[in-house]
Write a protein that binds this ligand. Structure first.
Ligand code: S3P
Ligand code: PEP
Length: 439
């Protein structure tokens, strides 16, 4: 676990962001490549896999269920699929660290197995809500014990699952995906209706592996009893990781960065849409499609930003990008208002409160609200902020230093390795003056 040896960042003020970068592979797609590749018939070859702790936690669970997985080696993973019924009972409980995606998607997939198993995680994950998956899974016939709606989850195998029609109470790709994965093991049809579009990587990968998924308006349906056929999966660079450099270039005068081969799935590009509304200079080139997912190179050149009211329909499309977008708002002229984003309070940290606290420490007028935040652009000062073990908070305050009056010290940064191994090296390469120290 990364937090055994903790890390601090000291980021010195000033500088600009220049050059070309390929950030690590998409975390959501990496998780799904292991899950579906393991259940497929045949051998799946993955390239561009994210070698971050979250995706590696998912990989370890399938190895523990008897799947022969080779790698990762420089992003290459070979999965010898065992078929829908081929997983074996693990010897120990699964520990998935900091990873909400692992625990929520696995809860659905494992509810369909014949064996019992337990899923647990670190302190942050142990505080995150799981009733959002266990309630609908119970309606399907799954038996799962929780600790007052939180991990650990003890999943009792051997249940016969039945398809349901379920209206998601919140826009969540993790809950949608959990139910689609359980739906592969259920009798009949499972239909999930979303209140707003969320990332659709599960649906795309299922279809790409020959498992029919029916999408009608906001309802996604799957019928149990099908099978998956192995295929090769090229994981694009993660737009959520690219975001830190997009915002960095957008706030630091003189910057010009190109982020290579980034996933630009329409359900993930809220950050581009929001930054453009704020006045950012962003252009896409080399648009292509790889393994059912659109990709492009994203170029961002500095341009002055202005505060905006963030359209609520962009919230699920940028859900992991808000900590970095709050830094953009702090550097913009005028006020930025976010509403409809209460989901941010139940991520790895309460991202509304933790960002508001850190911004206030740095002298920015940032007022948390129940479902969002109001930020007045201003002058970022220096100071010491705490990431609360949240990778995205740590990286967001790191890029804030580009526009700060003095150094920023960020505590509790080890979890950056969950989604962005090599962040400090890449950030230094393109112009951030960042030091990492133990402690
Ligand atoms: O399905 C996924 O891969 C994810 C869905 C989102 O979570 P929610 O579904 O909880 O919004 C996102 O925050 C998370 O980083 C990854
Ligand atoms: C919310 C996130 O991930 P997860 O839910 O998988 O922990 C994230 O990466 O920002």
């Amino acid at each position: 676990m990364s937090s055994e040896i903790n890390k601090k960042y000291i980021v010195h003020p000033g500088g600009q962001i220049q050059g070309e970068l390929r950030v690590p592979g998409d975390k959501s797609i990496s998780h799904r490549s292991i899950m579906l590749g393991s259940l497929a018939e045949g051998t799946t070859k993955v390239t561009g896999f994210l070698e971050g702790e979250d995706a590696l936690a998912t990989l370890a669970t399938f190895r523990a269920m008897g799947v022969d997985i080779i790698g990762p080696d420089k992003g290459k993973v070979t999965i010898h699929g065992v078929g829908m019924q081929g997983l074996k009972a693990p010897e120990k409980e699964f520990y998935v660290g900091n990873s909400g995606t692992s625990i929520r998607l696995l809860s659905g997939l494992l509810s369909g197995q014949q064996f019992d198993c337990t899923l647990s995680g670190d302190k942050s994950l142990s505080g995150r809500p799981m009733k959002r998956v266990t309630d609908p899974l119970a309606l399907m016939g799954a038996k799962i014990d929780t600790k007052e709606g939180k991990p650990p989850l003890k999943i009792h195998g051997g249940s016969s699952l039945k398809g349901i029609d379920y209206l998601l109470p919140m826009a969540s790709a993790q809950v949608k995906s959990c139910l689609l994965l359980a739906g592969m093991y259920a009798e009949g049809k499972t239909s999930v209706t979303e209140p707003a579009p969320t990332r659709d990587h599960t649906e795309r990968m299922l279809s790409g592996m020959g498992y029919a998924v029916d999408v009608e308006g906001s309802t996604i349906s799957i019928t149990g009893g099908g099978k998956l056929t192995a295929t090769n999966i090229d994981v694009p660079a993660d737009i959520s990781s690219a975001t830190f450099f997009m915002v960095a270039a957008a706030i630091a005068p003189g910057s010009d960065i190109t982020l290579k081969h980034v996933g630009i799935n329409p359900t993930r590009i809220g950050v581009i849409n929001i930054l453009k509304l704020m006045g950012a200079d962003i252009s896409l080139t080399n648009e292509a499609e790889t393994g059912g997912e659109p990709v492009a190179d994203i170029r961002v050149r500095y341009a002055p930003l202005k505060g905006i009211q963030i359209p609520e329909d962009q919230v699920p499309l940028a859900i992991d990008e808000f900590p970095a977008l709050f830094i953009a708002a702090a550097c913009a002229e005028g006020q930025t208002v976010l509403t409809g984003a209460e989901e941010l309070r139940v991520k790895e940290s309460d991202r509304i409160q933790v960002m508001a606290d850190g911004l206030q420490t740095l002298g920015i007028d940032a007022k948390p609200t129940e479902d969002g935040i109001v930020i007045h652009g201003g002058i970022i000062g220096s100071g010491e902020v705490d990431s609360h073990s949240d990778h995205r908070i740590a990286m967001s305050f790191a890029i804030a230093a580009l526009q700060a009056g003095g150094s920023i010290q960020i505590n509790d940064c080890a979890n950056v390795a969950t989604s962005f191994p090599g962040f400090v090296e890449m950030a230094s390469e393109v112009g951030l003056n960042i030091e990492e120290i133990d402690g």
